[in-house]
Ligand binder design. Structure first.
Ligand code: ISE
Length: 356
């Protein structure tokens, strides 16, 4: 490798373009050399701003001789093929969630990386780098709350596109609470149930927005997650953990409070995840670059990405059926998803043969 980690960024929509900017301006030891996007104009615009080259074929971008590492901010359904290409070449990759879009391909990726004997894949769960999440995790791990019993999560976006249907809300938004809970409590999620209520009038017909998602964990802790992506108000992500010895709350969005002569007081609301988690993204990228130079990862692993895919897949089945689904992620080799009770009209996925 050269002095700088030479990076190909695949997918330069809002998130990928943000990462290119961060890697070029705020992260030490990194250089974006190649940019790929299915929109040629967008790729040219982003590459031009940082003096990178455009490569129109994503697999050629991964295999480019000027590339030491890859950042995937491409659509989730492209990840399996692109991760495979990174593993074939044996280069580090930071993959935005989801790892892949189905359990089988996610598990195949985990197995393929394991066979290589080194960790090359880091999954972009940025909340793990947010100072408030880090402080909460340390408090829990240090026994500061005693045994954690209940976690209350609130996840609100002000607005999303119409493609954001109920299933998308589970796979793209609730996936963050799946990872946060695993990170905070250090244990697996064992069941998921999705409760649909009245929908906001701005939701497209058939989309259940908001929903309440309930998880259980290995130790029996209960997690509630309000997911509401069309509040029309602000980006709000709060987490409260209630334990035997106390409770702790993060995400209060406290910032400058001002009073003015027109009789108003208050702070500014956070408009999107870029403002709320901007610092976390930058820390995540710096730690990934440093770890990649050292031949390892420093963040969520392929297994973490796989666990999140499995729980979200169970969540989608719960959404469709109304049933609670159990998820078994035993050790690090076997997964299964089962409805609590046999449920008319819904099949648990046939995972027979999915595991070597
Ligand atoms: C988006 O992809 C994110 O990662 C945000 O953190 C989340 O709040 C949003 O709902 C997702 O669509």
């Amino acid at each position: 490798m050269s002095d700088e980690l030479r990076i190909a960024v695949l997918g330069v929509g809002m998130m990928g373009a943000f990462h290119v900017d961060a890697l070029s301006k705020r992260v030490r030891g990194a250089k974006v050399t190649v940019v790929n996007d299915f929109l040629a104009d967008k790729a040219a615009e982003v590459a031009g701003a940082v003096d990178a080259r455009v490569e129109s074929d994503p697999i050629a971008a991964i295999n480019d001789p000027d590339v030491d590492a890859v950042l995937l901010a491409s659509p989730g359904d492209a990840h399996a093929e692109q991760l495979n290409a990174c593993l074939d070449r044996g280069i580090p990759v930071l993959c935005e969630k989801p790892l892949t879009t189905d359990i089988r391909s996610a598990y195949a990726i985990v197995q393929k990386e394991r066979a290589l004997g080194k960790q090359l894949i880091q999954v972009g769960f940025m909340r793990r780098f947010d100072p408030e999440y880090v402080a909460l995790q340390k408090l829990i791990a240090g026994g500061g709350l005693g045994n954690p019993l209940i976690v209350h999560c609130t996840h609100r976006n002000p607005a999303v596109g119409d493609h954001f249907n109920s299933e998308y809300m589970i796979r793209d938004s609730v996936v963050h609470e799946v990872d946060s809970v695993r990170f905070l409590l250090g244990e697996e999620i064992t069941s998921i149930e999705v409760i649909k209520g009245a929908a906001t009038s701005s939701a497209p017909h058939g989309t259940h927005d908001p929903m309440l998602v309930i998880f259980e964990t290995e130790s029996g802790a209960i997690v509630t997650d309000e997911i509401f992506v069309r509040t029309g108000v602000a980006y709000e992500v709060r987490t409260e953990v209630v334990g035997e010895k106390g409770s702790a709350l993060i995400g209060l969005d406290q910032n400058l409070q001002a009073k003015s002569t027109d009789g108003r007081w208050g702070g500014a609301i956070t408009p999107s995840f870029v403002e709320r988690f901007g610092q976390a993204y930058d820390v995540e990228l710096q730690r990934w670059v440093d770890a990649a130079e050292a031949g390892t990862i420093d963040g969520a692993s392929a297994w973490d990405g796989y666990a999140a895919v499995a729980v979200c897949e169970a969540g989608v089945l719960s959404l469709r059926s109304g049933a609670k689904f159990h998820v078994h992620l035993v050790g690090s080799t076997v997964a299964s998803i089962e409805p609590e009770e046999p449920h008319a009209g819904i099949q648990a996925p046939d995972l027979e043969g999915a595991w070597p």
